[in-house]
Design a protein around this ligand. Structure first.
Ligand SMILES: [Zn+2]
Ligand SMILES: [Zn+2]
Length: 344
């Protein structure tokens, strides 16, 4: 575990000074929370592939220097003016949904997840790659007692994304649900799908992940290199839902024919090239393709409590904050097993 000597009133942060620049450790003053904000003493922060948006400047309008991190777990240590629902010493986290305005049309419809002015931790404001962070009160997720900080952190983005996509997919207990990709998202998706009571088919490339997928709760493992995954799913009756976690449009295109009647491809692996599908593939069996993004802090609390209750846990590799650049490189390599987490 890292220990840092910090002068009174200052803290260590891992920041990106400009798009494409490396993560650097610098000292800053510990910030004071404004109205409707809290200060969190960060204990752990996950390193997510979406942090590349901050690191490389892919998200329009980011102001630099910027501290990435939207999987932050810690302890509230200071309240700003007007905050009444939280107390210092309480464990809290901040995920991808880093705040909303409460006034736009979507917020007025109660759809905070799709707020037109949604804020994202580590993009709109400094995130969790630091010892202390500020967060708007509406972005806070309470962390249950049974989860360690380093376990809770990846559940605030990777976890909620798989949990929320599955629970909104329409699949019912006993349905065949395929999880495509056994990686940072997929290893959580398989666990949630299993605990939801689905018949789970894990789809991976090569035989390497078969044993792990079974251990995480998959009933069937399909090696998409050795077999035609869509045909294998049809042999099982056709999937009600395929949760596509691997950011490969080609792999997604290949499994669409594995959907059963009224089946749905749930897309959460972020790729930029097009998915290929013909209208006839969708018309036959009334199939659908849907994307899903994260969820609100209330959804995150559901995710954490469900994980606490059922034993779903991320598999993690931890690095001290000082090694943020190394941790980021490890995450980007695709070799991490399976989520990288910074500890403060
Ligand atoms: Zn993320
Ligand atoms: Zn809004």
């Amino acid at each position: 575990m890292a220990s840092m000597s910090i002068a009174t009133g200052t803290m260590k942060v891992a920041q990106v000074s400009a798009p494409g620049k490396p993560l650097q450790i610098v000292e800053r003053r510990i910030p004071e929370p404004g109205a409707q904000e809290v200060r969190i003493k960060v204990q752990a922060c996950g390193v997510c592939h979406s942090d590349a948006l901050t690191k490389e400047g892919f998200w329009p309008g980011i102001q630099y220097p910027r501290v990435p991190g939207h999987e932050a777990a810690g302890i509230i240590d200071e309240l700003g003016a007007g905050v009444s629902e939280w107390t210092p010493g309480q464990r809290a986290g901040v995920g991808w949904h880093g705040g909303h305005d409460g006034t736009c049309l979507w917020c007025r419809r109660g759809d905070f997840r799709n707020c037109r002015n949604v804020k994202i931790a580590g993009i709109s404001y400094d995130g969790g790659y630091q010892q202390y962070m500020l967060a708007p009160v509406e972005a806070l997720t309470a962390i249950p007692e049974g989860l360690k900080d380093a376990e809770a952190a990846p559940l605030l983005c990777a976890g909620i994304t798989t949990f929320n996509a599955l629970r909104h997919s329409g699949a019912l207990p006993g349905d065949l649900v395929a999880v495509q990709g056994v990686g940072g998202l997929g290893h959580l998706g398989i666990q949630f799908a299993h605990k939801f009571g689905y018949r789970v088919a894990a789809i991976g490339r090569g035989p390497g992940n078969a044993a792990l997928a079974k251990k995480l709760g998959a009933n069937v493992y399909i090696d998409s290199k050795a077999t035609n995954a869509a045909a294998e799913l049809q042999k099982l009756g056709g999937a009600q839902v395929i949760l596509s976690t691997a950011p490969s449009s080609k792999a997604m295109s290949e499994v669409i024919d594995g959907l059963g009647p009224n089946g749905k491809l749930m897309v959460i692996g972020a790729a930029f090239d097009p998915i290929e599908v013909t209208p006839v593939q969708l018309i036959t069996g009334s199939r659908a393709i849907q994307g899903w993004t994260s969820g609100t802090p209330a959804d995150a609390e559901d995710t954490l409590r469900f994980a606490e209750l059922t034993g779903v846990r991320p598999m993690i590799e931890t690095y001290p904050l000082e090694k943020a650049a190394e941790a980021y490189a490890r995450m980007m390599s695709g070799e991490a097993k399976y989520r990288v987490v910074l500890t403060m």
